[in-house]
Design a protein around this ligand. Structure first.
Ligand code: 4AD
Ligand code: MG
Length: 433
């Protein structure tokens, strides 16, 4: 007997196979039992017809409880296109591996807190399965894209001695008697790596002790951080729009069933093609004022309602460029045409999903960077000495950016809250399970 997974049904039509699965759901009458099987690779219906099987088998199928694990043997049959899978299993034998008693997540509605408390089980649901498949696809497509573009994957450290995105959101830890921090960004290390390998990207966890309890903020999130030597700001923006278009297209191609299950409006994703509109910060402020926002002034960062208003004026992701230097980190390169501004951009996703990328050209002049480090009071330790030194030995123009994976998963999947975009979310009020 060949043991296969549900995703392989299409290659086994008419054949008798064995599948290891869980009972996701069940429906039965006096004559027939429909078992909803799931095995991780997919979901499929198994049919047990009373008239065709032994009495014990029909009784077992009728009585089997939700999430019981089973070995099921049966014949793969076309379901006439009733489901996206296209096939079902006509059961000839079934054996319980382990029973499941009083599974807490029933097919009825549950509240969010209850589901979050049961995240370890909630992950098994169809919807969560679909979101994790989309997440996986975005990661896969990211590696594919950067490989095609000639990038080298580099892993920056997680435990660091510096705080490039500001000191208020740090997780401090004890490093053998010396203070150390969980990484907020791998950027500074990626800059060093770019000077060694040219075009590099990282993918790893980052940590921010942000006191924000919003549907866009996680305490622990995953970031993709490309860094490119000999790239100016415009070259970086072109790479960003090609990258975001590429992963959106990959999700459409390879996760169509999952996106449909999630109820995603696919036409909105189909529009995501480079180039993306570019709006200067100053013009964005003007636009917001014209839209009636009187809670924002030149020099303010945008809040969620501002980002959403800007996004709603476009079908595509939008770059907000040329921000005031005062509200951006010390490492950004000053605009040669206006010393008040920096060469940076935030990319705002459509439909109110907020900022998915932050990036900039980096200050590559030794003296100017040193001045910024002193101004920020970051010269008191030697944490930035090595970073400054990158500007001492053949400094080159370079740029980079960070894409927040979970915000991107939320946008592509069309889900309301970022907590569903990561397997085990770390939130302001939650570290369990
Ligand atoms: O804009 P940020 O802070 O940029 C940096 O950290 C740069 N050093 C990256 C670089 O240039 N290499 O963060 C980048 C992205 C944001 O655009 C957002 O998508 C995501 O990371 N992000 C968060 N996602 C979830 N929860 C949070 N608390 C996030 N903070 C940032
Ligand atoms: Mg940002």
């Amino acid at each position: 007997m060949t043991t296969i997974s549900i995703s392989q049904f299409k290659d086994y039509e008419g054949q008798t196979v064995r599948v290891g699965a869980w009972i996701a759901n069940k429906r039965s009458s006096g004559k027939i039992a429909f078992l909803q099987l799931r095995d991780g690779s997919g979901f499929a219906q198994a049919v047990v017809v009373k008239a065709d099987v032994a009495e014990e088998l029909f009784a077992l199928a009728k009585g089997v409880t939700q999430e019981t694990s089973v070995w099921v043997t049966g014949t793969v049959k076309s379901d006439g296109g009733r489901t996206p899978l296209g096939f079902e299993l006509e059961v000839t034998a079934m054996e319980v591996i382990a029973e499941s008693v009083d599974y807490p997540i029933t097919p009825k509605e549950h509240g969010t807190e209850f589901l979050m408390d049961n995240r370890h089980l909630w992950l098994r649901s169809r919807r969560q399965h679909a979101i994790m498949k989309v997440r996986n696809e975005l990661i896969r497509a990211t590696y594919e894209f950067y490989n095609q573009e000639g990038f080298v994957k580099i892993d920056p450290p997680i435990i660091t001695s510096s705080a490039p995105e500001g000191t208020t959101e740090l997780f401090e830890t004890d490093y053998f008697g010396q203070p150390a921090y969980l990484s907020q960004t791998g950027q500074l290390y990626m800059e060093a790596a770019a000077m060694a390998l040219g075009k590099v990207f990282s993918f790893g966890p980052t940590f921010r002790a942000e006191k924000s309890k919003t549907r866009r903020h996680l305490i622990e999130f995953w970031m993709i951080e490309p860094e490119m030597a000999f790239f100016d700001h415009d070259m970086s923006l072109e790479l960003q729009e090609r990258y975001v278009s590429y992963i959106a297209k990959s999700a459409l191609e390879n996760c169509r069933n999952e996106l449909e299950l999630l109820g995603r409006d696919l036409s909105k994703l189909e529009k995501v093609q480079a180039p993306f509109p570019r709006v200067r910060y100053t013009d964005a402020i003007k636009f917001l004022k014209d839209e009636g926002f009187d809670d924002i002034e030149y020099g303010d960062d945008f809040g969620a309602p501002h980002e959403t208003a800007i996004a709603n004026a476009h079908d595509l992701p939008v770059f907000i460029t040329h921000w005031p230097k005062d509200i951006k980190p010390f490492y950004m390169k000053v605009d040669p045409e206006n010393p008040e501004l920096v060469l940076c951009a935030d990319l705002i996703a459509p439909e109110g999903y907020g900022e998915i990328i932050g990036g900039s050209q980096r200050e590559d002049d030794y003296d100017r960077l040193k001045e910024e480090i002193i101004k920020e009071g970051l010269d008191e330790t030697d944490a930035y000495d090595w970073y400054l030194e990158l500007r001492k030995y053949g400094s080159v123009p370079h740029s980079g950016f960070g894409l927040g994976l979970e915000r991107t998963v939320a946008w592509i999947s069309g889900i309301e809250h970022i907590r569903e975009a990561i397997p085990f979310p770390r939130l302001l009020n939650r570290i369990h399970p």
